[in-house]
Design a protein around this ligand. Structure first.
Ligand SMILES: Cc1cc2nc3c(=O)[nH]c(=O)nc-3n(C[C@H](O)[C@H](O)[C@H](O)COP(=O)(O)OP(=O)(O)OC[C@H]3O[C@@H](n4cnc5c(N)ncnc54)[C@H](O)[C@@H]3O)c2cc1C
Length: 131
């Protein structure tokens, strides 16, 4: 491996990394700016393991379009988005905090083996539009 890497030229001075992702952020309707429809990560940032960030982007885009097309304002959209996004994001945060600990992971695996239906239920509870 060392030999193979020896002749390679780094493309960047430092490794590229993603950091400071605001997991658990949910844009509240109280912060609403008239005429502004925050979509995707600007509406909510779900913990990565849930894998639902793209679905949130599509869901909020679709919701904002429907509200706007039917004459609704951005506050109406933000209230609806907040209602849809809060349960999956909060559930994913809770699961992430359990799975971050060795004992939590162990307990989760035991429960998933014992009651497989729990796995499906928990996954669905981290999905926008499935709670
Ligand atoms: C490493 C990583 C892995 C991920 N894996 C998954 C996954 O497996 N499944 C999943 O569902 N989600 C995943 N996500 C989350 C998902 O990528 C995001 O939730 C989703 O892309 C959010 O969509 P968005 O349109 O809000 O933002 P983005 O996709 O980030 O799009 C925003 C765009 O706006 C552009 N932009 C920003 N500022 C400006 C400006 N001032 N002017 C013009 N353009 C601007 C940016 O360049 C970007 O192209 C992952 C995220 C990361 C970081």
């Amino acid at each position: 491996m060392e030999q193979r890497l020896a002749n390679l030229v780094p493309r960047w001075d430092e490794p590229l990394a993603v950091s400071g992702v605001p997991y658990g952020y949910i844009h509240t309707p109280d912060d609403s700016i008239p005429g502004l429809f925050p979509l995707g990560d600007q509406a909510a940032v779900i913990p990565s393991f849930a894998g639902d960030g793209i679905a949130i982007a599509l869901h909020t885009a679709s919701l904002a379009t429907r509200v706007h097309a039917s004459g609704g304002d951005s506050k109406t959209y933000q209230r609806m988005a907040y209602k849809d996004l809060t349960p999956p994001v909060r559930n994913a945060e809770l699961l992430a905090s359990v799975l971050a600990h060795r004992l939590g992971r162990k307990a989760a695996f035991i429960c998933a083996r014992q009651w497989p239906v729990l796995l499906r239920t928990m996954i669905l509870r981290t999905r926008v539009g499935h709670h």
